[in-house]
Structures are given as structure tokens and as C-alpha cells.
Ligand binder design. Sequence first.
Ligand code: NAD
Length: 444
Amino acid sequence: MPGSPVPATRTDVRPAAGKLGILTPGLGAVATTFIAGVESVRRGLSQPIGSLTQMATIRLGKRTDNRSPLIKDFAPLADLSDLVFGAWDPIPDDALQAARKAGVLESRHLDPIADFLGSIRPMPAAFDNKYVTRLSGTNVKQGKTKRDLAGQLRQDIRDFRSRNGLDRVVMVWCASTEIFIKPGPQHATIEQFERAMERNDDAISPSMLYAWASIMEGVPYANGAPNLAVDTPALQALAIDRGVPISGKDFKTGQTWMKTVIAPGLKARMLGLAGWYSTNILGNRDGEVLDDPASFKTKEESKLSVLHTILQPEMYPELYENFSHVVRINYYPPRGDNKEGWDNIDIVGWMGYPMQIKVNFLCRDSILAAPIVLDLALLSDFAQRAGMKGIQEWLSFYFKSPMAAPGLQPEHDLFIQQTKLKNTLRHLMGEEQITHLGLEYYQT
Ligand SMILES: NC(=O)c1ccc[n+]([C@@H]2O[C@H](COP(=O)([O-])OP(=O)(O)OC[C@H]3O[C@@H](n4cnc5c(N)ncnc54)[C@H](O)[C@@H]3O)[C@@H](O)[C@H]2O)c1
């Protein structure tokens, strides 16, 4: 079900008036790092590093025009001062306790905003430990059917909106990765989906209930985890029906982000690939959840698809046929959120000579993810005000497994994704596309 190629122009975009609510299913490491960072920026204590919407510029017109405003000055995005946060989590900790437990941010960053974080308490979650086996929680909704639970989520969204006097709301999934579920007949049409919710079908996971509730309430939904959630024909059709932008899946942060930088470079030079071995050690709760093979399977599928799509072995069999691609995540508690990743890349050059690239990435998962949550929230809201609905492929820059129209290969190359993002902003704002042809500079 394709999203609509809306020919909006500057005048079509509704202004970002009033407050924007950001709801996150999940108030763990990523969500609290995101919220704490925004508050810290609002108080002038930090810089929003890693956020395109806050720091990147966009070139308009010819290179000689010298017009490169900040994206946030070009497109009418919600201002950070207008953001209001809310969350659901089966663990009842408020955002301050959750941030301290996550151990991402230090006291020197949390203490000055402790009052603010302490005021954000999670609403009871639609949670079932069948789908995230390593967790159990007490802050959980009760309901006879999954449809009841989804109805309660809708009510939560309405209450959040009215309690805070919000103009608009967006939702970004920051909760745990659920077990692997294959799309089935339950996800084919909205009627089948709703009947499956009513009979508590196992194929309907909690993340799908949030996604359904979000779309029914006209709230754009971005999926930060690899589980299906909104990536089903039923919910894609519903999103188009209801005029709601949706995007996913799985924030592109550490190792996969690196892959989408390096692999296009190899292909651009027509260098071959014999194999790519990636391994990680990670000690946060996400690592613990992913230690369950069923949740890891969902993540693995998301991570594995990247290289094939970028390298196109079917088009370049001499270079990329049968390369070996292995991805491991090892739960190793001492590291907490400070993941360490190793990549060994066996590449092939002129006359078949082998070479190797080694990447040792000492990253901080949630520090890389937090600005992505901010950008997705602001850009999803902007998309809705610009009349966009359904899959927002132009946001694939932010995802490991970008959603795309049926039958369409998603684009994984980070630089094509960046061009697509900026060109979509230009398009929606009625500016000319930039082709990088540049011959006009040499015509006398
Ligand atoms: N940090 C990264 O770099 C990164 C990258 C890509 C994807 N992700 C994904 O983002 C998600 C969040 O990561 P994290 O590090 O914050 O994990 P986390 O474990 O710290 O937080 C997840 C939170 O979600 C809660 N939760 C689980 N099921 C829920 C439900 N049904 N409703 C509401 N809350 C629920 C958990 O109780 C937990 O507090 C994970 O799915 C992870 O795979 C993270």
C-alpha cells in the first residue's frame, strides 16, 4: 500500500502552532536519554549533537547562492520548548529512576533536571511477557481482550492530549524488541486485524496494539525496534485511510550505521566482499532482552538485510555473490550501555587479491539513538502537517530496516537516504531539487 506522493508546497504546510506531545511506549535507556537531553538543551546545558533537525543545514538553490539555512529554520518544525513527554512502561520507575538505572547519563547531567525527570511517570503498559520473555512488570493494563487493551491506549492518548493542552501528538516506539513474528492473515486487512485482537490471537503483539491505537487517534507512529508493529498491510492501509504518517523499523545507530557508510564505499569502488563478521558486547537491558534467541532473531533479520540490498549481488555476482555475513550480539553486563563492536571485513581487490578492514567501535547506544528519536518525532509531526500519510520512506535515513512500498527494495545507502530526506524537505517546502549536476557553473 503506497504512501501518497503529496505535491505539497510551502503554503500547504500547517504551522507548528501550540504544543507537541511525544509519547514513547518504553521508558528505558533510549527514551530517558532522549527526554533528559531535550530538557538539558532547553535549559541551555547541552548541545543537541547528532540531531539533523537541530544542527544540520540544507542547501537551497545554486552553490553560488549561498543559501544554506538550518533545517529547523527552513521547515516549520516544532520548537523544543513546545515539546511535552509521556510514556508507558511495565516497570513503574519514573524517568529519573529509569535514567539512573539505565546508567547512560551521569549524575552531573541528571541532577540539574531531576525535578523534571521525576515528574514523568509511565502509564500502565499493554505488556505481555510472552513477547519479551526476559522482562516482567507490575505496571500493566488489565483487559479481557487485546482490543480492550488497545482501547485503553487510545483513552491514554486522549487524556494525555487534554491534560497537557496539546495541539498535536506523535508516538515513537522505544520499548523492548519483541519476539519474531511473521506477517500472517491476521495482519492482512484491518478487519482481520481487529478480529484477531478480539480473539486474543497470538500473532497480535503489544507493539501492534500501540500502533493501531496511535493511528486510530490520528497520531504519527515511528517504530524504533525491529518488531513488525506498524509494518503490516492492515496498519499501512489504516494509516492511509486516517491520514497518518508511519515509519520504521529499528533505529540505525551503531554497527549497522557504520555498515551503511562503508558498504556503499566498497560498491562505489567496485571492490568485492568475501565476508563481513560483526560481533558486539552489550550490557544494558536491551542486551538482556536480546539474549533471548526469539528476540534476537527479530534483531538479526533487521541487521542482515542491509548488506544485500546495498551490494546487489544479483547485479554484481563476481563481486558479491555468496559473501558470508554473520552478526552476533553478546550480553555482557559490565559494559552497560557502552557497547563495543568489532567488524572484520574481508574485501577483494584487483585480480582477486584479499584485503581486510577492521572496525572497533566503542559507542554508546542510547547516546546515538536519542537524537534519532527527536528527529523522528519532529519530522513525523511535520510530515502530517504537510499532508503526508502512510509509509514515510524519506525517513529511512534513521532506520536499519526501512519500510517501503510492497515490491520496492528499501534504500539502505546512508548517503542516498540523506539526499532523499533533504530533497523531500525541499519538495514539501516548494524549493527546487538539487541534482548535483553542476554543469551550469561551466557554461560560458
Ligand atoms: N539504543 C540503540 O542504539 C538502539 C538501536 C536500535 C534499536 N533500539 C531499540 O530501542 C528499544 C529501546 O532500547 P533501550 O536500550 O531503551 O531498551 P531498555 O530495555 O532500556 O528500554 C525498553 C523499555 O521498554 C519497556 N517495555 C517493554 N515492553 C513494553 C511494552 N509492551 N510497553 C511499554 N513498555 C515496554 C521495558 O520495560 C523497558 O523499560 C529496543 O527495542 C532496542 O532494540 C535501540
